[in-house]
Design a protein around this ligand. Sequence first.
Ligand SMILES: [Zn+2]
Length: 140
Amino acid sequence: MRAALEEAVRAYEAGEVPIGAVVVAGDRIIGRGYNQTESLRDVTAHAEMLALTSAQNTLGAKVLPECVLYVTVEPCVMCAGAIRWSRVGRLVWGCDEPKVGFTTISSEILHPKTTVSRGILADEARELMRRFFEERRVGK
Ligand SMILES: [Zn+2]
């Protein structure tokens, strides 16, 4: 999750909503991503989507049942759908996303075999988000 937070800081520094993700296989990071919806002008360029694509390219496989996806903020429904199709073995997120997190719709969007942990380094992830939106409000 530390590595995912580092990705989130990269997003923050690029003026993007600061969310980061990594995919881990064994003890190796095989995919990384941070939110790039502004720089790529692509609403699908969420951290999780980019990390999944990067992991799939690394492995040359479209499904990731042996992998763990760490993301700093609870995924949205789009990403939860992609996590389902990727059959990620385990999903770990930092802070909850009470507005657009997938669990506000249904936890069953995920693949039934995917296990979930939440609240890991949540304070750091939440603080980064809070700071980003606060700076936006005061027009920095
Ligand atoms: Zn998303």
